[in-house]
Write a protein that binds this ligand. Sequence first.
Ligand code: T46
Length: 135
Amino acid sequence: METRILNFNEFGDDRGCLISLESMKNIPFEIERVYYIYKTKSEVTRGYHAHRDLKQVAIALSGSCTFVLDDGLSRNEVILDDPTKGLLICSMIWREMKLFSDDCILLVLANHNYNEEDYIRDYSSFLKEVRNICN
Ligand code: T46
């Protein structure tokens, strides 16, 4: 599955902690867009789509949330609860997000600008497209 955890180097001292994110260094693409998700209620689920082309890294800067990741063959869950870890999600991965803590701030870095045409928002269409690529 084209997803993995990235471990970021933390600069910490008695003042606190700092993590730097740089394109093509600890982020494996050129960052073109940054957005963040916050104040999502714990009973709310988000996502329910895949991207045809987009690559992203998601980082829980504060609190936690759970990603369900599906490559058309298998599903697995990843809990994000540590700002030193990023979840790399490549293209053609169906994602659902759930169990947001009240204090969750989810930062997402993306390699392209927002483009609704890159989204596959219907699960059966996703399965058809992903199976066409694999065959
Ligand atoms: C993803 C997960 C992790 C914009 O106008 N610009 C943007 O850059 C984004 C990301 C969204 N929007 C608009 C589109 C919708 O009207 O913001 C609204 C909420 O977006 P959406 O329902 O797609 O949010 P999520 O949380 O379901 O998904 C988002 C990203 O869209 C998606 O790429 O992988 O977070």
